[in-house]
Design a protein around this ligand. Structure first.
Ligand SMILES: C[S@@+](CC[C@H](N)C(=O)[O-])C[C@H]1O[C@@H](n2cnc3c(N)ncnc32)[C@H](O)[C@@H]1O
Length: 1012
């Protein structure tokens, strides 16, 4: 029997969460800055999941001796001894509990460990800057993505795990020596190749050394496990698998994703390598411009008197040819953005206008929702800028003023109030206007660069500059996916094709930009394949500019940047937009975007992955059991319409790099029907058909995976609805697999304070294996097992800071793991139990388990149980079952007289804080009062802004982070509906550490009742 993988028994989820949250804000050199893709997984989660899916649990009795030895030697000797020592006091728990120093825990610390500073801060209740949270020796830390020492350890551990699985008798010494030999051959062969002068010319020696390098890479990687992601998207998982030295494969049905994947995880790793040019060759290839680039300090290029040494050939070429494209484009159409003052225009601010429906007015009203142009976060309100209207009869003009603007905009959800006559033109009428004639728009402001940014209204020359322009009608004009009303509402306003998303000047710029990319690339006389790679990056760069150069872009007033329209994974109708000067130094403009493309190429340097632009689920894609692990992140039911959204880029990429990727761009638009999503507009507008499609497809894909995978399948899933989980679990079970491990991880929260970790969004990773289903089971017995497991899980996760819906969802994996042991689970009546029923039961068990942890006397428990079941809504009060489910024994009359339950005729509802303790100012102030009353008193004090009272209560009732009041507040946070009570709970929790800290600082020990 094989040992369990680490992911089936342990994972440092708090550490992974912390670095994943940080990952969202990393820009320079990050994969997300190469090209937009929806629902990217953070790199730390991907790296951790790949690693933990490939190494065994060292404490498993079947763990190969060689692997245990490897952990001992690599993580418990030399520097590793100190760096990967488990915590003395597990940081995020409230009691002092030491982590045993064993091999499993050393592996956990290797994946991710909180730094000493962060540990100390957590204990002191202080926050730590995100970049300092993890120890510098953690595998998943951003800074370590190219760290040779740490990657070597990770790769060797994976190598030993994989080899000792195949050859159980191999010793650590043998494997260690083999690893060194295979691994160290690569840098030697690289050096041999990269030190050759002018290796771009394919002489025999160049070809020979290229072949030698490829051979040693293959020799090493053939001895490493293989990892496959059938839903590769932006390529984060394959990128991380390759980083860890694995043979890495990815599929995606979407052509845009495919191009991004290759740009992320194949080309930089293949071509982003050093090159040495003789002086003559360099000058001939790059001329004056190249020399200028080579002389720039930050280029990293050195000249030794005879040769130029370029650290990254691909990054240099992309930058060089992109700059030529830009210069040529600017030469031809730069005058369209010419300055009409001494300053350079950065952004032209446009507003769409509609006619006032009042026949005696007919003013052209700019559809402004508000008037600010700049509300810089870093500026004081007196330094904000806004458009101040000047109204004369039915003529509307603006001047720009500095300071606070008190006026409301005229456009309220598409209904327009005329500032001239006060008439309201409703949305239907405006849509009619927009659909029946070209939409009018008006330039209202220009933001310019100089010593400091300035804001002005346009002059006549600015207006003339665009007025006489003609729209280019050769830009892609395919139809938007009009059936997708959720993501595209512009068709309702008359814009239903892609060319409608650009203004006249934008269309001219894009057409010229595209033309110049084609022209310049056709003049590059290098290896054809390499030229196509350069062109691919120029096309990706084009896309980055494209999505900020649309009349559906967004002006971010707080940071003064031009943003793409996809903030909410849609292209919504907008009425004002920024038109950027693409030749300016604005971060969204061409040079700013080029810098991030180049920075990405410069920062990725491991092994290439192999990508296929195909629909997953083909059982013959890989031989049986030849893939070691599948690690993937399937589409989340109907959450994102990948194909519909990607068309925005597809139609342009097809126009630019069709020749280089004929098969990829063979369809008029991205393939929709075979996408594994549940979007009804792709399935005859039928919800049922859409669901059926998703479920069938996911099962078929998992079925193929089960056939092809020898070890483990790890699936990340971020959807919280029971329905989506039912589908996922059904597909896993139908593909003859079962869940063997389940881990929630945050991606959006701050771990600033140890007791204060509220989850805003988490995803759950489940590890699955092929399973043997044995016999039938009785639901009542299965229920017992599930209850036990779920209870243990709830306790564990609660301790780790998971709350509310996240916590309940996180228990699904455990429940399914019990269920999946049997061929069939039946009720006492002999009816088969469905996965849906099972998950409902799991959710209920988790809620019950949570309630068991709710502190306090029966009245408080009643309050929480009732809240869980009925919320704050009114209910009929005769359902005795509800009480038995809550499991508390309380007198209903008592509850009514305690004002915990408010009766209104035959209806009852749970009391709000105000209803419960508002009538008597002493209720909830004594330690002997009901816990819920004490917490309600704190909530009322918060809502009344009475900090003194809160501090007194905290000092007297709940000075410790594990005082029951905080746990109750946590519970309420997960269950209260929106409203004042929830606001108070959130506010108290957000400042909990501060209150406790203040109490400690000013502690005046008192006992008994408080004096109010
Ligand atoms: C949740 S995303 C993956 C995101 C990825 N992990 C990342 O970090 O960027 C799911 C991906 O599955 C792809 N997809 C949907 N249906 C597919 C199918 N039938 N075959 C292959 N890929 C598919 C989508 O195009 C999308 O890119």
């Amino acid at each position: 029997m094989k040992a369990k993988k680490l992911i089936e028994v342990a994972l440092p989820i708090k550490e992974i969460s912390a670095e994943s949250v940080r990952d969202k804000s990393i820009r320079h050199g990050h994969i997300s800055t190469l090209h937009l893709w929806w629902a990217r997984r953070p790199l730390p989660v991907c790296r951790a999941i790949v690693f933990a899916s490939l190494v065994p649990d060292p404490l498993d009795e079947n763990c190969p001796e060689a692997f245990k030895y490897a952990v001992e030697m690599l993580l418990n000797t030399g520097l590793g001894k100190l760096h990967y020592k488990p915590y003395k006091d597990i940081p995020y728990t409230s009691i002092v509990d030491e982590m045993e120093d064993n091999h499993r825990n050393r592996l956990m610390m290797f994946i991710g460990k909180f730094s000493e500073t962060c540990q100390a801060n957590m204990i002191a209740g202080k926050s730590t800057p995100p970049k300092d949270q993890l120890d510098d020796w953690s595998l998943i830390k951003w800074e370590n993505k190219n760290n040779p020492k740490i990657l070597r350890i990770a790769r060797e551990l994976i190598f030993v795990a994989y080899q000792s699985d195949k050859r159980p008798n191999a010793t650590w010494e043998e494997l260690h020596a083999e690893f060194d030999k295979l691994y160290d051959a690569i840098p030697k062969a690289e050096k041999n190749l990269y030190e050759l002068k002018d290796r771009h010319i394919k002489t025999d020696i160049v070809k020979q050394r290229e072949a030698e390098l490829q051979a040693v890479i293959d020799a090493f990687q053939n001895e490493m496990p293989s990892v496959f992601d059938p839903f590769a998207g932006g390529g984060a998982i394959p990128l991380e698998a390759a980083r860890l030295g694995c043979r890495s494969y990815g599929n995606d049905i979407n052509p845009v994703a495919h191009i991004i994947e290759r740009g992320s995880a194949e080309f930089p790793q293949k071509y982003g390598k050093p090159i040495v040019y003789s002086k003559e060759e360099f000058e001939q290839l790059y001329g004056e411009e190249g020399l200028k680039m080579a002389q720039e300090d930050e280029s990293g290029i050195t000249f030794d008197g005879k040769c130029y040494h370029i650290p990254n050939r691909l990054a240099f070429d992309v930058e060089y040819y992109a700059k030529r494209v830009l210069a040529e484009t600017e030469k031809e159409i730069g005058n369209l953005y010419q300055s009409t003052t001494e300053k350079t225009p950065l952004v032209y601010y446009w507003v769409r206008t509609a006619k006032c429906s009042n026949p005696s007015c007919r003013a052209d009203i700019p559809m402004l929702k508000q008037f600010y142009i700049s509300k810089r976060r870093t500026a004081r309100p007196k330094d904000w800028y806004y458009l101040s209207p000047i109204i004369e009869k039915n003529n509307i003009d603006f001047e720009i003023k500095r300071g606070n603007c008190s006026e409301d905009g005229w456009n309220n959800r598409g209904n327009l109030t005329c500032p001239c006559c006060g008439n309201i033109t409703n949305i239907t009428e405006i849509k009619k206007q927009f659909c029946s004639a070209p939409i009018k728009e008006r330039l209202v402001a220009i933001i310019e660069d100089g010593n400091e940014r300035t804001y002005r209204t346009p002059n006549q020359r600015d207006i003339d500059l665009v007025e006489k322009l003609k729209r280019v009608d050769t830009i892609p004009s395919e139809k938007l996916e009009v059936g997708n009303v959720r993501n595209f509402n512009t068709p309702g306003w008359g814009i239903d094709s892609f060319d409608g998303l650009f203004s006249k000047r934008q269309s001219i710029f894009l057409a010229k930009f595209k033309e110049k990319i084609e022209e310049i690339c056709s003049e590059i006389h290098l290896d054809v394949q390499y030229v196509s790679v350069i062109k691919t990056y120029l096309a990706l760069w084009f896309d980055k500019v494209l999505c900020r150069n649309t009349s559906f872009g967004v002006w971010h007033k707080l940071q003064e940047t031009v943003e793409h329209p996809f903030g909410r994974q849609a292209i919504p109708m907008v009425f004002d937009y920024p038109e950027m000067n693409p030749f300016s130094n604005l971060s969204g403009a061409c040079i700013g975007q080029l810098n991030s493309v180049v920075a990405f190429i410069e920062n990725e340097n491991s092994f290439p992955s192999v990508f296929n632009n195909i629909m997953s689920g083909d059982r013959s894609q890989f031989e049986k059991k030849t893939i070691t692990a599948v690690i993937t992140d399937p589409p989340y039911y109907d959450a994102i319409a990948y194909a519909d959204l990607a068309d925005f880029f597809y139609v342009w990429l097809k126009a630019i790099i069709n020749k280089e990727y004929e098969l990829v761009f063979s369809t008029p638009k991205t393939p929709k029907q075979d996408e594994c999503t549940a979007l009804k507009h792709h399935h005859g507008n039928s919800d049922d058909e859409a669901k059926k499609h998703f479920e069938t497809m996911l099962t078929a894909i998992f079925d193929a995976i089960e056939l092809q995978t020898s070890d483990i399948v790890s699936i990340m899933f971020a959807h919280q609805s029971t329905e989506a989980w039912t589908t996922l679990c059904n597909s896993i079970l139908d593909a003859r697999m079962n869940i063997t491990g389940s881990w929630p991880m945050d991606t959006e929260v701050s771990i600033a304070l140890k007791a204060q970790m509220s989850t805003l969004e988490s995803s759950v990773t489940v590890a699955c294996r092929p399973s043997e289903r044995k016999g039938f089971a009785d639901f009542d017995e299965v229920k017992h097992d599930i209850r036990q497991l779920v209870k243990a899980e709830v306790e564990k996760l609660y301790g780790l800071g998971f709350r509310g819906a996240d916590l309940l969802t996180a228990c699904f994996g455990q429940a399914v793991s019990v269920f999946g042991h049997y061929k069939l689970v039946e009720t006492a009546e002999g009816d088969p139990v469905s996965v849906g029923q099972l998950l409902e039961f799991a959710r209920e068990s988790a809620a019950q388990a949570l309630l068991e942890g709710v502190p306090g006397e029966p009245q408080t428990k009643f309050y929480c149980g009732w809240l869980q079941m009925n919320g704050m809504t009114e209910c009929d009060f005769d359902d005795v079952n509800k009480y038995t489910r809550v499991g508390v024994n309380v007198e209903i009359r008592q509850l009514q007289s305690d004002r915990l339950l408010i009766t209104d005729g035959s209806k009852q509802h749970l009391a709000t804080a105000e209803e419960h303790v508002g009538a008597n100012r002493n209720w909830g102030t004594l330690p002997t009062d009901y816990l819920i009353s004490q917490v309600h008193r704190m909530m009322l004090a918060y809502l009344g802004g009475d900090d003194t009272l809160i501090l007194k209560l905290v000092r007297e009732l709940c000075p410790q982070s594990d005082s029951p009041q905080w746990r109750l507040l946590d519970f309420l946070q997960g269950h209260l509906p929106e409203g004042n009570d929830l606001k108070a709970v959130k506010g108290l929790l957000a400042s909990a550490e501060m209150y406790r800290q203040k109490c400690k600082e000013t502690a005046v020990p008192t006992e008994g009742a408080l004096d109010f």
